[in-house]
Design a protein around this ligand. Structure first.
Ligand code: NAD
Ligand code: TYD
Length: 368
């Protein structure tokens, strides 16, 4: 039985990971530490709160006293560190929070793990600190460049990716300097359930349902390598089980798509689902397909994101060859699952639209 500390477990990937892990290892003891920022959605994982082997702690990963106390009281053997400020657009407007959480917060966790584990008789044996990171640390690829490998030089270009790069370096330093058993995964763009509707895919789905314009930054030809979130969770599980301490693993979907193609695919799925189910037109009367139109009519080209990375692509040979990882979900089936999930889970996303998100999103790149 493992005792896991999962940071950021109320966020998109963290919540999916909690569901994944609870399904796979229902006896394990899980502590979620989450500050419930705008992106933290407690009801994504609230089903577990009545269980004896699950606890939710509302707090900041950069709170040294809190984190040290949690290690002391709960004796974690595994840390899976998701907590972060994660949205590039927000990092452009307010980089300070990214340095606080992604750099200082990660360091606080590393230090607490080192201090707590090094006091134990078996020291770091049987312990693991897994850091969840991003492909964005590697920078931006040209159209014909080979995909990022684990040895690609770091070249972060936004405050978000720079703060994640800094955190990756700290994690490696704790391995080399103190012997902490760390692993790092750098993953490409995820999509799926519980995704906060400021990111491209959920934003597109909800804007279509509300008849709002779907903003495409620049020429819409920026390329992302998409991975269904459950595949990411499976990759992290493989690393926790069999990954080598000190090692970095790239995870990706081998699924490069231009943004306009991704948005058009979503529009096609929504149009078809409205044709198949007349109730959707009653529930979402402002969506173009409810009135005989097409979702793609909402696509609007807007001013580009400053410093917008052109292309990401991940070479996943290491995790495939060493740990047997293979993405299972195709992009078509994953997108359809995702659209259906948002249609079936209005009670999850509706409260998010009533909060600060709505005011904030209006100020971002939506005209021009
Ligand atoms: P998210 O923004 O949806 O969730 C982040 C979570 O962290 C939220 O629940 C938030 O409340 C919490 N949090 C933020 N600051 C905190 C703090 N100071 N203390 C405690 N909790 C705090 O992010 P996500 O998309 O789920 O990403 C999770 C991790 O995966 C991040 O580290 C991100 O860099 C990485 N990642 C994300 C993607 C992606 O496509 N979303 C791809 C690769 C890697
Ligand atoms: P996003 O979901 O913010 O992820 P990331 O910036 O981490 O890749 O954006 C995915 C791509 O979609 C990225 O190239 C920016 C673009 N994008 C838009 O064109 N319009 C939007 O409204 C958003 C949020 C993103």
């Amino acid at each position: 039985m493992r005792k896991l500390l999962i940071t950021g477990g109320a966020g998109f990937i963290g919540a999916n990971f909690v569901h994944h892990w609870m399904g796979r290892y229902p006896e394990d003891e899980i502590t979620v530490l989450d500050a419930l920022t705008y992106a933290g959605v407690r009801h994504s994982i609230s089903d577990y709160e009545s269980r004896d082997n699950f606890r939710f702690v509302h707090g900041d990963i950069a709170d040294e006293a809190l984190v040290a106390d949690l290690f002391q009281r709960h004796g974690f053997d595994t840390v899976v560190h998701f907590a972060a400020e994660s949205h590039v657009d927000r990092s452009i407007h307010g980089p300070g929070a990214f340095v606080h959480t992604n750099v200082t917060g990660t360091h606080c966790l590393l230090n607490a793990a080192r201090e707590s584990w090094s006091r134990q008789p078996d020291s770091f044996a049987g312990k693991r600190f897994h850091h969840v990171s991003t492909d964005e640390v590697y920078g931006s690829l040209g159209e014909n460049d080979p995909a990022f490998t684990e040895t690609t030089s770091y070249d972060p270009r936004s405050p978000y990716s720079a703060s994640k790069a800094a955190s990756d370096h700290l994690v490696r330093a704790y391995h080399h300097t103190y012997g902490l058993n760390v692993t790092i995964s750098n993953c490409s763009n995820n999509y799926g359930p519980y995704h906060f509707p400021e990111k491209l895919i959920p934003l597109t789905i909800l804007n279509i349902l509300h008849g709002k314009s779907v903003p495409i930054y620049g020429d819409g030809k920026n390329v992302r390598d998409w991975l269904y979130v459950t595949d990411h969770c499976r990759g992290i599980e493989l690393i926790l089980d069999n990954g080598e301490a000190g090692q970095t693993y790239n995870i990706g979907g081998e699924c490069e798509r231009g943004n306009l193609d991704t948005v058009n695919a979503l529009c096609g799925i929504v149009d078809r689902l409205f044709r198949e189910d007349a109730v959707l037109a009653e529930r979402f009367a402002d969506a173009p397909p409810a009135g005989g139109g097409e979702a793609a009519d909402l696509v609007t080209f807007v001013k580009d994101r400053p410093g917008h990375d052109r292309r990401y692509a991940m070479n996943i040979d290491r995790i495939r060859n060493e740990l047997g990882f293979q993405p299972r979900e195709s992009f078509d089936s994953g997108l359809e699952k995702t659209v259906r999930w948002y249609l079936e889970n209005e009670d999850w996303w509706r409260p998010l639209l009533d909060g600060t998100y709505e005011a904030w999103i209006k100020t971002q790149y939506k005209s021009g």
